[in-house]
Write a protein of this length. Structure first.
Length: 108
């Protein structure tokens, strides 16, 4: 069964579109994602609360790999989540994916 998605005014193109994430419509979300600019569109607090561990992990790896953050603490500040929340999400996701050193692989 398809999930009903919220329609919002896209923060980028201002059209009323199906919400894709971070206040963006699907088109703008894809474009921002392709340009690596998703971090420039912070998610709302309610989105942050609902964000699964995998999404936080993805954001975290992005911040680390682009050098915007050097530690989990810095990444947490940029992502607008508590440091503990981020660490929990990372632990949960790593356990789920059986990953341990992905950051080392992506930071080079
Ligand atoms: Zn848009």
């Amino acid at each position: 069964m398809p999930r009903k998605r919220t329609r919002v005014e896209c923060v980028e193109c201002r059209r009323l579109e199906v919400h894709h994430g971070r206040g963006l419509c699907s088109t703008c979300h894809k474009r921002a994602s392709a340009r690596g600019q998703l971090a420039d569109y912070p998610p709302s607090q309610s989105q942050i609360d609902k964000m699964p561990a995998a999404d936080r992990y993805e954001d975290y790896v992005f911040l680390i790999s682009t050098g915007r953050a050097r530690t989990t603490r810095e990444a947490a500040v940029i992502m607008g989540v508590a440091h503990k929340t981020l660490e929990k999400a990372l632990t949960r996701h790593r356990a789920r994916m059986r990953l341990t050193n992905v950051e080392q692989l992506t930071t080079v």
